[in-house]
Design a protein around this ligand. Structure first.
Ligand SMILES: Nc1nc2c(ncn2[C@@H]2O[C@H](COP(=O)(O)OP(=O)(O)OP(=O)(O)O)[C@@H](O)[C@H]2O)c(=O)[nH]1
Ligand SMILES: [Mg+2]
Length: 478
């Protein structure tokens, strides 16, 4: 029965009422036919324009996803802060009061390191004839030891600040030095900012201003830090201490969270961090972080009517240390681009976890892993060779690149030549490990300096370029 009904339906379809309704009348003249065809063409043109518009809107809404990869201390979190500063400046600045606490922790930890160096020197100078002791260690005077004694409350402040971040912190040894601190790390999955908000007033709208900090709080760590300020400045500027740090190869300016050259300002009684201070603050993050930003179009970077002038759709920025990422729980999305960060200035340092592996060498290995990763084969990758400020300072101080990267040979020990060498090396690896051709975006950055070599120029142009290519590719125009 059912088969019969279907057959009869198929048979009758030639008399489909819709077909009959739109069929030209049997008595249609040549002129009428031309008019009808012209009308149909116009209707199709309008329909195509509408389809195109819908298609465009659909594509514009598609989020662009970016993975941020790199070794510890390569600047992933700082890159996120830069994006936040550019696209959510209000939210970024609302957190000033929170970053004040982190910067105070950075300062206190720098002094912990210096005080440990002084203690070690006292111990070493008692052990005469030991070949492992650095030569010509300067003698500390009683005045130095008195200052050190007066600075001991800073160690209590350190404990208290770390306590404020608990239970979400873990402590890890920082890389690169024999003398090193247990570095404070926060798990990105937990809201350490919520924990720190106990240190500030609860009115979120006033975070940007001085109102955010309870200046009368007797337990504010800033009080002790200010009370120790003069001694801190004196100790840091002391030529004997500088000589001592030099002999022990403790290059403080190279350390993450270096604020010792701004002590007067950051220990002032009513100190609130500037944008640059926040970028320079150091708080190690563990695990995977995901952030969402919306890119807007606006003249000279000014945001106009965000809802109507949205260009790029929302952009998801996921910070992932690939080696920590468990592929079971980290799902790499489609339409993905990646930013890989390499700490250029670490060319003369070894990994903390493996004292035989050079950090730059490890970054090269990580780059190979990233570009040959099957999940990332279809993604565009921007490489950032970061911390060029420290890199250039090192070259200028006479640290020889070739002593740590032997394949560099006897080329000039300057930025021009070393950067060209590295660009070629990383570009060659991308080419060798890509199944299909991928654009090699490579930038030399100082991500803490937004004015010159920070993110504004390099990243955003590359991100926009990637976005455009992606749109063209999805419209089959490449
Ligand atoms: N001088 C200088 N410091 C930088 C630069 N980029 C980042 N830093 C600093 O280096 C430190 C480490 O940067 P982060 O962004 O915390 O590094 P990360 O990649 O997130 O590190 P993990 O959280 O350990 O994975 C911070 O104190 C930054 O302010 C740079 O280009 N120059
Ligand atoms: Mg981080």
């Amino acid at each position: 029965m059912a088969v019969k009904a279907l057959a009869s339906l198929a048979f009758d379809s030639s008399k489909d009422p819709l077909t009959e309704a739109i069929a030209p009348p049997p008595s249609e003249t040549e002129e009428e036919r031309a008019q009808r065809l012209e009308g149909e063409r116009e209707a199709k043109r309008v329909s195509d324009v509408i389809d195109e518009q819908i298609d465009k809107e659909r594509k514009a809404e598609k989020p662009m996803k970016i993975l941020l990869l790199g070794q510890s201390e390569s600047g992933k979190s700082t890159t996120l802060k830069n994006f936040q500063l550019m696209y959510e400046p209000k939210a970024f600045r609302r957190e000033r009061a929170l970053w004040r606490a982190i910067i105070h922790l950075n300062v206190v930890q720098s002094f912990h390191l210096i005080m440990d160096a002084m203690t070690q020197t006292q111990r070493l100078t008692r052990r005469e004839g030991d070949d492992h002791i650095p030569k010509d260690l300067p003698a500390l005077t009683t005045e130095h030891l008195k200052i050190k004694q007066r600075l001991s409350p800073l160690l209590e402040i350190e404990k208290s600040l770390i306590g404020q971040l608990s239970p979400i912190t873990s402590r890890q040894k920082s890389p690169g030095h024999r003398l090193s601190l247990k570095e404070v790390a926060v798990n990105s999955a937990s809201s350490w900012k919520d924990c720190l908000q106990r240190l500030v007033k609860t009115d979120r709208d006033s975070f940007d201003s001085e109102e955010a900090v309870d200046w009368d709080d007797p337990d504010d760590p800033g009080r002790v830090i200010h009370a120790c300020s003069e001694d801190m400045i004196r100790l840091w500027k002391d030529p004997v201490i500088q000589d001592l740090l030099d002999k022990l190869k403790l290059r403080m300016w190279e350390q993450a969270g270096f604020f010792l050259d701004a002590l007067e300002r950051v220990t002032a009684p009513r100190y609130l961090p500037t944008d640059d201070d926040i970028l320079r603050a150091r708080l190690k993050t563990l695990g995977v972080t995901e952030h969402r930003f919306t890119l807007y179009q606006g003249a000279h970077g000014v945001v106009h009517a965000p809802h109507r002038q949205k260009t790029g759709g929302s952009m998801m920025l996921a910070a992932i240390v690939l080696r920590q990422a468990n592929s079971q729980c980290v799902k790499l999305p489609a339409h993905l681009s990646s930013l890989a960060r390499v700490t250029l200035s670490a060319f003369d340092q070894m990994l903390e976890e493996d004292s035989k592996t050079n950090r730059l060498q490890d970054s090269v290995q990580l780059w190979k892993e990233v570009v040959s990763n099957k999940l990332l084969q279809q993604t565009n990758i921007i490489l950032f060779l970061n911390k060029i400020d420290i890199f250039q300072d090192k070259l200028a101080a006479g640290v020889r690149f070739a002593d740590h990267v032997t394949s560099y040979g006897d080329r000039a020990n300057d930025f021009e030549s070393t950067s060209a060498y590295l660009k070629k090396k990383f570009g060659g690896i991308l080419k060798a490990h890509s199944k299909t051709q991928r654009v090699f975006y490579c930038h030399f950055t100082t991500v803490t300096d937004t004015k010159s070599t920070g993110l504004n120029k390099g990243t955003i142009l590359s991100v926009k370029d990637m976005l455009m290519r992606e749109n063209l590719a999805s419209a089959n125009l490449t």
